[in-house]
Design a protein around this ligand. Sequence first.
Ligand SMILES: Nc1nc2c(ncn2[C@@H]2O[C@H](COP(=O)(O)OP(=O)(O)OP(=O)(O)O)[C@@H](O)[C@H]2O)c(=O)[nH]1
Ligand SMILES: [Mg+2]
Length: 421
Amino acid sequence: MSLSKCFGKKAICVGVGLKSEALSDIKENLIELIDLATAAGSDVVGSVTQTLQQWNPSLLLGSGKVDELSEMALNQGANLIIIDHQLSGGQTRNLEKILKVTVLDRNQVILDIFAQRAQTFEGKLQVELAQMMDQLPRMVGAWMESLSRQGGGIGTRGPGETALENDKRRIKERIAAIKKKLDVVRKNRAQNREARIRSSVPSFALVGYTNSGKSSLLQRLTGADVFIKNQPFATLDPTTRKVYLKDGTMAVVTDTVGFIRKIPTQLIEAFKATLEESAQADVLLHIVDLSHPQKSKHIEVVDGIIKELGWEKKKIIYVFNKSDQADPAAKFQVKGYPRVFISALTGDGIEELKNLMCQSINESQKEYELFFSKANEYLIFEVAKKLKILSQEPSANGTLLKVMAQASELEPFRYLLPNGN
Ligand SMILES: Nc1nc2c(ncn2[C@@H]2O[C@H](COP(=O)(O)OP(=O)(O)OP(=O)(O)O)[C@@H](O)[C@H]2O)c(=O)[nH]1
Ligand SMILES: [Mg+2]
């Protein structure tokens, strides 16, 4: 905890945007920033907003607003100021010089929460990687700035430059070392998944805005004992559990880290190993907090990240959660199909969700392996007429075929699955 830049601090949060943005959005973003700061362990003692014609290159904010903040920090005894927009290294240093307190941006607060929460070896490595990747461009900025202050240009070496270059090199080496370790984690996970694909267990991934109730739903569906809390980023590490659907159909459900608007790109990059677990799922359950005033914005943000991750071709079920505390009219204000309205808290709508999950299993295509003994090889021709063949591997005992199929299409050939299920 001692390494946290937010924990135990008295903070002022600053919402900021351009005149072209809606004021209501800037205010909603500020509310979210206050939640983030609180989740990082800060005591938020004040907040302000500013709308700008254009960004101020040296301070981001207007200089009048910075003076106002300086006075406010003094009056409130604040020792941390958090800005709801990415700051360059130079802007941070300039602001800190005037304000005389630590200045952080939104990304740094999110990374701070992640650093405090990371429990597992993998989680800690991923957070460290994200922090290093966040730090690197800030350092480059500092170096460029020191050059221009000395009136130097390309090819001029200023004092401090060598030290900075050494620091940069050390960070780059550390980044490479962490990536290597994470690769090992990734390979182990891939092996576990292979085993699951071979046994043809359908898989679902819970995705959605942070705090929408993903872990609560995992608990409701599977009885898993998981960490649930009314705050952003309660979950960092993925959890996969079995669920029994209709007629004893078994599936697995994976809960993972939540998304947020303006998610730091370094976090997505660093959490690739974690997200791969969801990337392999047959169907995504997109959980939305139906009671949230920003629900439509949340759907948009999550859909955007799904696209960025290349998952948009997957089958997606929209699960509108917290129906117990939502305005009845909220149901008519949301987009997204197929859909179901549930309450992970009361259990309302869970049966309907399970039915939709069953239906989606039957509709979604999956990769299966079929084994044909020498005596059965003549059947390959029959299979080829009905299913898409991905590969064919002949061996001494027979032929292994990889096919793409819906579960129902596979039914007549089920006895050819290597473990007979
Ligand atoms: N009223 C109500 N509250 C709910 C419901 N589902 C979840 N919650 C509450 O919403 C908060 C967040 O729930 P989580 O399950 O931790 O949400 P999450 O999506 O896993 O959040 P992160 O892991 O932080 O991204 C908790 O306080 C839950 O008790 C619901 O159906 N109704
Ligand atoms: Mg969670």
